[in-house]
Design a protein around this ligand. Structure first.
Ligand SMILES: [Zn+2]
Length: 444
């Protein structure tokens, strides 16, 4: 689809801009230019004269949510092997089914997941997966902003000597063809993890990402013991330390999970500017642990939110992360002052954009007009006796059920809770039938 509109002024009862001051503007207006960027934001009464259409939305308008780590085509294996221990779940169910995947399966898995994200107000997703052509094509069709990070796994992409050069070349070609820093799709590189690929292969990939000034996205410190072998082989150094010494963390790096970090590791994140994709629901569901997010925030580390794949969450609704990230941090710290409503909303919007290097996540001039409208004429938003209470409602009692309309680059992709860009019924049908085939062919 062509993401072009003629520009318009949108007027809402409340604007939640998610800017540095966390400004809230009553009866606010957002002017969107024809190229899909925000041209002006402020009180409607102060807005400059315009000859573009003025659209009265009512409700609350805020930036779209940014999902910084997902494997969305895994909608095709959602729920499979539920309740099994991690290794049995992977080896007996997930990998056998994924081994049967074809590009057109991945396309439909991504299309279905894109509907789920857009309808819940997620306007950007950072994907780590193979079949990057299918994922990118489906995301473009759905009109969701995509950071595609083609994955590298040792079992598929490493030569006998451990080199990943051939896969890196393929991704470099894909980057040259598809990366558009001024468009809907940008391309990064995603070595799965140091424990899977080894430090040297991660360094090869990191060099290729740095050369192109693009994102390096990897899993890091997700579970307690995953790095033990690597550490033991290198004199007990932690995995972040090994990666840092190998230069892997020098470019633009986004580390998913980052649960098991000691103080020295946090020092490394702080000094190298590594951003974190925090996945609290996945970490809780898989029993991985609790990331030290309040300390990260205190150190000024960029922490964004993410769902992880729909096989370990099991949905793509980032509102759950908004609420649960904060609840988890508070119950762990035994302190209700930890991680405020404002902080978690910022993590889901502005910090997500920062972690991905995108001009979105804030309602301010120059950024992409990626916006969502919440219906606040709702039981969950009553009462409001101060602006602070409205912010609390957005974080704690609000959710995806309040998202009515969604724009990406100024183009409306959800209207009245209906996704306009993907045939949802067809996507559900396709994924259902393809998932049955995967189960049958893999004998799981
Ligand atoms: Zn993941």
């Amino acid at each position: 689809m062509q993401l072009q509109s003629d520009g318009a002024r949108y007027v809402a009862d409340v604007l939640l801009t998610c800017d540095g001051d966390f400004s809230m503007i009553e009866r606010g207006a957002v002017d969107v230019g024809p190229e899909g960027r925000i041209a002006w934001v402020g009180a409607a009464a102060d807005a400059p004269a315009t000859d573009t259409p003025v659209i009265n939305l009512g409700g609350l308008l805020m930036p779209g949510l940014v999902n910084t780590h997902a494997h969305t085509p895994m909608t095709l294996v959602r729920g499979a092997g539920d309740g099994l221990p991690l290794m049995a779940w992977l080896t007996e169910v997930m990998w056998p089914r994924e081994g049967q995947l074809r590009p057109d399966d991945v396309w439909w898995g991504m299309a279905l997941g894109s509907v789920e994200m857009l309808r819940s107000g997620v306007t950007t997703t950072c994907e780590m997966y193979a079949y990057e052509e299918a994922v990118t094509d489906a995301a473009r069709g759905a009109g969701i902003r995509l950071v595609m990070c083609p994955g590298l796994l040792s079992v598929f992409h490493a030569d006998t000597d451990g080199s990943v050069a051939r896969r890196v070349d393929d991704i470099a070609r894909f980057h040259a063809a598809e990366h558009d820093s001024d468009g809907l799709v940008t391309i990064g590189f995603a070595p799965h993890s140091a424990y899977d690929l080894g430090v040297q292969a991660c360094a090869e990939v990191a060099a290729a990402a740095r050369e192109r000034d693009t994102l390096l996205h990897l899993h890091l410190a997700e579970t307690r013991t995953e790095g033990d072998e690597l550490s033991a082989a290198h004199g007990g150094a932690s995995v972040p330390q090994l990666l840092s010494e190998a230069g892997v963390l020098e470019g633009r790096v986004l580390a998913a999970h980052s649960v098991w970090l000691d103080d020295a590791d946090l020092d490394i994140y702080e000094s190298t500017g590594v951003a974190v994709a925090h996945c609290p629901v996945s970490n809780m569901k898989l029993g991985s642990g609790v990331a030290r997010v309040p300390e990260m925030l205190e150190r000024g580390i960029t922490v964004a939110l993410a769902t992880d794949g729909p096989a370990s969450n099991d949905d793509l609704d980032l509102w759950e992360e908004i609420k649960i990230a904060s609840l988890l941090a508070r119950v762990t710290a035994l302190d209700p002052t930890v991680m405020s409503a404002q902080q978690v909303i910022t993590m889901a919007t502005r910090s997500g954009a920062e972690a991905l290097g995108l001009h979105t996540g804030v309602l301010e001039p120059g950024r992409w007009a990626d916006m969502i409208r919440l219906d606040i004429d709702d039981v969950a938003f009553v009462p409001v006796t101060s602006p602070q209470e409205l912010i609390a409602h957005v974080a704690w009692s609000g959710g995806s059920r309040h998202v009515t309309d969604v724009w990406v680059s100024g183009e409306r992709v959800v209207a009245g809770r209906v996704c306009l860009t993907v045939d949802e019924a067809r996507a559900r049908f396709e994924v259902q039938h393809r998932a049955q085939r995967l189960a049958r062919e893999s004998g799981t």
